[in-house]
Design a protein around this ligand. Structure first.
Ligand SMILES: [Fe+2]
Ligand SMILES: [Fe+2]
Length: 216
């Protein structure tokens, strides 16, 4: 998938391709582009929130590793994801420093907290791990969509390019997490559960898109 995006990079098919790209996630509700204006109005805030999102993504990947020691290939890929998220964290932090912004404390992420509530508890361990993979995939999908809205709608050239790059990276993470879920469980059951995640997410995302945070 990464390869295909690069092949289309800069070409006229971009718009068509981005649509296809988003269809891949099957998100039921897309972000109003006006959210990007809110974000651009307070770059210090969105960058601070974004930096912490990357830290949380790295922490989450490490947490998943502790649940899967018996799957060395998954551990290897999760380690790679954790490292990439830390690299993203570092990149955002560098931008904050270079611009002379203040790197504030970690922000509360109501959207992610609402997703946490949807993780199925009470089942067996494997089902919990699968649901945690889908939870991670959901955040990657929406973050990727938000990065797309930013790259297409903000005027800041450096950040435009930066968010385009990250959009591709998070799309790959989404694919990896969905792949893990299917590897660990019954594909049909996983697909059905993913559909439930998409429906739940579509309901909660309706009340967002108003704040200068990545998921706000
Ligand atoms: Fe990331
Ligand atoms: Fe990611």
């Amino acid at each position: 998938m990464l390869k295909i995006i690069k092949e289309h990079d800069g070409l006229k098919e971009n718009v068509y391709f981005y649509k296809k790209f988003l269809n891949m996630f099957k998100l039921k509700l897309l972000t109003d582009p006006r959210w990007a204006n809110i974000a651009e109005g307070n770059l210090e805030e969105i960058l601070t929130d974004h930096a912490w999102c990357e830290q949380k993504a790295a922490t989450n990947a490490i947490g998943l590793i502790t649940m899967l020691p018996e799957y060395p290939e998954i551990v290897t890929e999760l380690l790679a994801i954790a490292q990439e998220e830390l690299d993203h964290f570092n990149q955002v932090h560098e931008i904050i420093k270079r611009r002379g912004y203040t790197f504030g404390r970690t922000r509360k992420d109501d959207y992610v907290n609402q997703l946490v509530n949807f993780i199925q508890k009470g089942g067996d361990r494997n089902d919990l791990i699968i649901d945690k993979m889908l939870f991670a995939a959901m955040i990657e999908a929406r973050s990727c969509e938000r990065f797309k809205v930013l790259t297409e709608n903000i005027a800041d050239d450096e950040l435009k390019a930066f968010y385009k790059e990250l959009m591709i990276s998070e799309a790959n993470h989404y694919t990896t997490f969905i792949g893990f879920a299917r590897q660990l469980g019954n594909a049909e059951k996983v697909n059905k559960r993913w559909e439930e995640w998409l429906e739940y997410e579509a309901e909660i995302i309706k009340s967002y898109g108003k704040k200068e945070t990545i998921h706000g």
